[in-house]
Design a protein around this ligand. Structure first.
Ligand code: ADQ
Length: 506
């Protein structure tokens, strides 16, 4: 686990707790642990690895922080507990709240709305009521856990009301909010019947962070239009407070992934995968949650047409890993049907016995196995119709330590802002453009591939997830106060951790 040195928050003789309350509070939809049941029915919690956890864990440990989140199950709240020295507070969701808040308002209202209505969002007052109630239970837990003057970091679209709900009860704390998904243009956001309440909820924070600059601009416009508030530069005036909005592109623990990729066992596994595929000339690779934002049908269609036209020969295979996601939501069922029908059509037309051109695995893989696939893939295909960041693109780059491989990347991802120059950027709505980019990536010279990969690797290694957490928390630590015209976040430079230490009273 890497240490986010610039936001170290240790102090002599203290573990960051004040009378059982915490100076650093993370509020996220999910806990960073998975619940498993042992053979005798006893409940065990296992750490669930992920970028967010690895970025925040060092700060959590040093600040004696607490993580508030939902356990992933319906039923009574697990309450406060500890796993590997991490303080956790589990929020409970009833079966009705799971249906109306999680599957309903989060996944069938906000998710499609914030992703440019790729699927039609549904608006139901009962879902909204559940969203308010569940946000309140997260906010109550945060209020309870936060020590005087604490720093509270709220994550993502599931919890947009939490900042204001906390602010109403605690004016001593500093609140940051980070949105992991896009913030849509106002004409789309305006469809939300509760647009004003959502903006008010977010503006309870001192700092609202987004993946891209364009998201920030959309948010500021929504503040003006939906809430009638004045904005100046990237600041919104809310009564006597000033709320700051800025872009903090999230990233991955690049170093840790590269270490896995360099392991002998993982490299061997990558070779086994290629062998199992029949030693193809080229492996095209897609790795996604099975979600309609990821544009999986686009790349299947492009690949199928290239085979039909003879621009790719059958020595170029496509491997698509798709982890099961939101399987009870109708739009996701329809997507699965569409993907599986398209895969079997292509295989039906172009397979020979024992060697299908498309290898489709609707499964979730452990990290090492995923890395082996990244090593086995010559061309990574990321064709999202809309995506806040897309960590898969960055993971692929981090794993390619020998500077081989090529990335075809949708312009509509946050990652495209950072990987321009290295990736083959595509408009996923333009099938011919996607086809051309795939052909270029497949036929790229080794020297050109190396040049592009080197460029992308430098960016991903320098701007890793620790850098992201440092930038956000460092900027938050400087609030409230007067803001320089061009703040650090806008210039994309990390902020010295001393201010965070100061803000935590060390
Ligand atoms: P996601 O939409 O989930 O995240 P993404 O950023 O691509 O999308 O992250 C997916 C993660 O799942 C990656 O770490 C990947 O390795 C993993 N994964 C994908 N397929 C898998 C499989 N078959 N088995 C195991 N693991 C798999 C949301 C936003 C993104 C934003 C992130 C972080 O939608 O735009 O980048 O949050 O802010």
């Amino acid at each position: 686990m890497r240490k986010t040195a610039d936001v170290a928050v240790t102090g002599p003789g203290t573990n960051g707790e004040v009378a059982g309350r915490h100076r650093f509070v993370v509020v996220a939809s999910r806990l960073p642990v998975d619940r498993t049941e042992g053979p005798d029915g006893e409940i065990e919690w296992r750490p669930s690895p992920g970028g967010l956890v690895s970025a925040l864990e060092p700060v959590m440990r040093e600040a004696g922080g607490v993580w508030i989140g939902w356990s992933g199950d319906t039923g009574p709240a697990p309450g406060a507990f500890e796993v590997d020295g991490l303080h956790l507070v589990g929020i409970g969701l009833s079966a009705e709240q799971f249906r109306d808040y999680y599957e309903g308002f989060c996944n069938a209202t906000l998710w499609p709305l914030y992703h440019d209505v790729i699927a039609p969002p549904e608006f139901h007052r009962r879902w909204w009521d559940a969203y308010v109630t569940v946000n309140r239970s997260f906010a109550e837990a945060a209020v309870e856990q936060a020590a005087p003057g604490a720093m509270i970091w709220v994550h993502d679209y599931q919890l947009q009301l939490v900042p204001q709900m906390v602010r109403e009860q605690r004016d001593d704390v500093r609140i940051g909010f980070f949105n992991h998904i896009p913030f849509p243009g106002y004409e789309i956001f305006a469809q939300l019947p509760w647009r004003r309440q959502v903006i008010t909820g977010l503006l309870g924070a001192d700092l609202v962070g987004f993946q891209r600059r364009a998201d920030t601009t959309n948010f500021l416009r929504a503040c003006r239009r939906a809430a009638g508030l004045a904005t100046r530069g990237s600041a919104v005036r809310v009564g006597d407070r000033e709320v700051r909005a800025a872009a903090f592109p999230i990233s991955i623990d690049a170093e840790a992934l590269e270490q896995i990729a360099r392991r002998e066992s993982v490299r061997k596994r990558a070779a086994e995968i290629r062998l199992a595929l029949g030693e193809p000339d080229t492996v095209l690779l897609g790795i996604d949650r099975l979600d309609y934002i990821k544009g999986i049908p686009v790349r299947l269609r492009a690949y199928g047409e290239l085979l039909r036209e003879g621009r790719l020969d059958p020595g170029v295979v496509l491997v698509q890993l798709a982890s099961p996601s939101r399987e009870r939501v109708e739009a996701y069922r329809a997507l699965r049907d569409e993907v599986e029908l398209t895969v079997s059509r292509i295989n039906g037309e172009y397979a020979e016995v024992g060697s299908p051109p498309v290898h489709y695995l609707h499964q979730s893989f452990p990290r090492d196995e995923l890395v082996a696939y990244y090593l086995a893939g010559d061309v990574m295909l990321v064709t999202s119709l809309r995506d806040g960041m897309n960590l898969v693109a960055k993971e692929y780059v981090a794993c390619r330590y020998d500077e081989t491989g090529a990335l075809v990347l949708s312009e509509f991802t946050g990652a495209a802002d950072e990987l321009t120059g290295g990736a083959f950027l595509v408009n996923p709505h333009d099938i011919d453009g996607v086809k051309d980019a795939i052909v270029r990536a497949v036929t790229i010279s080794p020297a050109e591939a190396r040049r592009r990969m080197r460029l992308m690797r430098r960016r991903v290694r320098e701007h890793d997830v620790a850098y992201w957490a440092e930038s956000f928390l460092g900027t938050l630590a400087q609030t409230p106060g007067t803001w320089p015209a061009a703040d650090v976040a806008a210039r994309g430079r990390p902020v010295p951790g001393t201010s965070l230490q100061r803000s935590l009273g060390r």
